[in-house]
Design a protein around this ligand. Structure first.
Ligand code: GLN
Length: 283
């Protein structure tokens, strides 16, 4: 007779395996099981004695084995929430981070409810462009990425979430934007320096390196964006960029050299400087 496992005992076994590789072992175990069952996590709590059928259990054990190799939960379930909306993610895109919600929080009060033009550079899964597109339905948005595979994920997210005011373009930063101008330019570019110890540890190993790493101590892409942005900003326009917790002084300096005024750095929930914004007001 084959052993039968209840939801509760299966979760407990998975937790025991995962606790050495994940700081969120119990949550991971629950999220992956509810994904296999196609039920909300509350179902697991409501029916702890329910026995799992063999097919579901086999699928779950495959996911746990991959999680033990540090494969991120978001890649295993194919989804991650951002600004309370579910976004599809694949290994072609960076997994949305709560830090990036600060970029939305800082930009929304600046963006009018009537027509305006917004650009999201390096859109990845599309979280920034799509969130702003949905929050400001009268705005016209452009979203770029140099990866066609990433752009496909972003397009799928836009259509699934009903954001119809975004044009997607393959472009290496501004390369394909000709003389287009915008009122807001936003980006969460790569900003980690090559060789940073965090890159070889844990879940981040599975994320696309091109989405994470930048030359010049992690500042090369921020530098390129800030210096090219003025040609693509209308007078009174804003540039908002996410950066590393230790890059505030460098990024402020880059903004200032590029001619921006009213430069401000905003602090994330963990207390780290995370977003710098500047105003383009040429004299
Ligand atoms: N804009 C996307 C995000 O914020 C992708 C960022 C990136 O790949 N560096 O998640």
């Amino acid at each position: 007779m084959t052993a039968k496992y209840s939801i509760q005992s299966t979760l407990q076994l998975a937790y025991n395996q995962l606790k050495d590789v994940s700081e969120s072992a119990w949550l991971d175990a629950e999220v992956l099981l509810s994904h296999c069952l196609n039920k909300p996590r509350s179902y697991l709590k409501a029916w702890p004695e329910t026995e799992l059928d063999a097919g579901i259990n086999a699928r779950y054990q495959q996911l746990i084995a991959q999680r033990l190799q540090h494969k991120p939960v978001a890649y295993l379930t194919g989804t991650r929430e951002f600004w309370s909306r579910p976004f599809k993610v694949t290994e072609d895109v960076l997994i949305p981070r709560p830090d990036t919600e600060l970029l939305i929080e800082v930009s929304l009060p600046l963006i009018p409810h009537n027509d305006c033009r917004i650009l999201d550079l390096g859109t990845g899964s599309g979280i920034i462009a799509i969130t702003l597109g949905l929050e400001r339905p009268h705005a016209t948005l452009n979203a770029t990425d140099k990866s066609e595979a990433a752009l496909q994920v972003a397009k799928d997210n836009a259509s699934h979430l009903g954001a119809h005011n975004i044009q997607f373009r393959v472009s290496d930063w501004f390369s394909q934007l000709a003389t287009d101008t915008f009122d807001f330019i936003l980006s969460n570019p790569p900003y980690i320096k090559a060789g940073d110890q965090h890159l070889s540890q844990g879940d981040v190993q599975h994320e696309p390196k091109t989405a994470l790493i930048a030359a010049q101590q992690g500042l090369a892409d921020i530098l390129a964006i800030a210096h090219q942005a003025p040609r693509h900003l209308n007078a009174g326009g804003h540039l908002l960029i996410e950066h590393g917790f230790d890059q505030q002084a460098d990024v402020q300096h880059i903004f200032s050299e590029a001619g921006f005024s009213a430069i401000q750095t905003h602090i994330d929930l963990a207390g780290n400087p995370r977003i710098t914004s500047g105003l383009w007001n040429p004299s």
